[in-house]
Every structure is written in structure tokens, then in C-alpha cells.
Design a protein around this ligand. Structure first.
Ligand code: IMP
Ligand code: MG
Length: 200
């Protein structure tokens, strides 16, 4: 196959390397195992961003669990927790079950805070949350995840599940796109809003 331009050339800074991801996943899996092994939890991945993280995380969990996914849509900065719309729901009853919500990144906090509350309202026995990345500088609601992979600075990142305008999700590491690849870098914050609105 002819070698052409590489997607990796679109990245200016790698924020979390593949080696670092391996170590982070091992640490998260150990903590989750210590807390949840033996209670047959339901792991709920938040699509689309959590697909890769979820797949790598569950391969490190050597105990019975159920895998589910949800897809939600939020409406950006002004969204109050709870105004999120579920566009793909669970296929199981959650009442009485121990739940671990798994997302790619904790940013404003609206998505995980709202989903956790919804699952609690459905009668889950417990709801814990896990995010691969955490951008504490962007938090708009008082919410912290129980399991945090890596705290990162306030930069818009792609790869390992995270996208910009639906692309770059399948890069095997987390990085920052070269600024010239944003359609209009001066509108970056409104595009972030757009990305978030289309797929939490
Ligand atoms: P929150 O509700 O603001 O915490 O938003 C979380 C969602 O916003 C994540 O699940 C991502 O889909 C999206 N998001 C936030 N920051 C980034 C980023 O830096 N890159 C890609 N997606 C992001
Ligand atoms: Mg997401």
C-alpha cells in the first residue's frame, strides 16, 4: 500500500501517549476491581467518545459485569444538568444494580452529572463515574468523577475516542490538533460548543 499523509501529522502535541494510556488503564482497572468486583456491576459507556476507553478498560476487569452504552445530547455551555437528552438508552433495568458510568472526558461536568442523576432516579443501587481525561479548569457544575485517568490543561484534544467534527477518534493516543486544521481557529470555542452539542 502506498504511504501517504499520516493522520498523526495533524497533531501538534501528544498529551497522553500510548504507553501512558496503558499505565493509566492498569491503575483505573485496579481501583475499579477493588471497589466493584463481586457485585456484578453494569458498566455504561457514553457514546461515542468512550468506545475505545471502554473496550480497553473492560479487558482489564477479570470479574462478572454487564456492558451497556448510552448516547446523550447536550446543548452546550448554557445547559443545566438534567436538560440533557438521551438519544440512545440502556437495554436493561438499572434498579438495584451497581452502575459505573464511563466517559472519555469530564469537561463542564454537565453530561456525567446529569446521567448519574438520571440513573440514580431510576433506582440504581449505586452510581460511580469514571473518565479517562479531566479538564478541571472547565468545570461549570460541582461534579467530580470517582475514577480519573489523567488531568489535562484546558486544551481541545482528539484521539482515543475524542473527535473534532467527527474525525480523529481512532488515533491511538490523545493529542492536540494543529491549529490550522480548525476551520477557523478564532471560532474554536463556538465549534467546541457545536461538537459538544452534536454528541456528548
Ligand atoms: P461536559 O458535559 O462538558 O463534561 O462534556 C463532556 C463531553 O464533551 C465529552 O464527553 C466530549 O464528547 C466533549 N468534549 C469535551 N472536551 C472535549 C475535547 O477536548 N475534545 C473532544 N471532545 C470534548
Ligand atoms: Mg463524549
Amino acid at each position: 500500500m502506498a504511504s501517504g499523509p499520516s493522520l498523526r501529522d495533524d497533531i501538534s502535541d501528544v498529551i497522553v501517549t500510548e504507553e501512558q494510556l496503558d499505565a493509566v488503564l492498569d491503575r483505573l482497572a485496579a481501583s475499579i476491581t477493588a471497589d466493584l468486583a463481586g457485585c456484578d456491576p453494569v458498566l455504561v459507556g457514553v457514546l461515542t467518545g468512550a468506545f475505545m476507553f471502554m473496550a480497553d478498560l473492560v479487558r482489564r476487569l477479570d470479574f462478572p459485569l454487564q456492558i451497556e452504552f448510552m448516547r446523550a445530547r447536550s446543548y452546550g455551555e448554557d445547559t443545566r444538568a438534567g436538560e440533557l437528552t438521551i438519544v440512545m438508552d440502556l437495554s436493561c433495568e438499572i434498579a438495584g444494580r451497581h452502575v459505573l458510568l464511563v466517559d472519555d472526558i469530564l469537561d463542564s461536568g454537565h453530561t456525567l452529572a446529569a446521567l448519574a442523576r438520571i440513573l440514580q432516579q431510576r433506582g440504581a443501587a449505586s452510581v460511580r463515574t469514571c473518565c479517562l481525561l479531566d479538564k478541571p479548569a472547565r468545570r461549570a457544575v460541582a461534579f467530580e468523577a470517582d475514577y480519573v485517568g489523567v488531568r489535562i490543561p484546558d486544551r481541545f484534544v482528539v484521539g482515543y475516542g475524542l473527535d473534532y467534527a467527527h474525525h480523529h477518534r481512532h488515533l491511538p493516543f490523545v493529542g492536540v490538533l494543529r491549529p490550522e486544521l480548525y476551520r477557523d481557529q478564532h471560532q474554536e470555542s463556538s465549534q467546541r460548543h457545536e461538537v459538544r452539542s452534536s454528541d456528548a
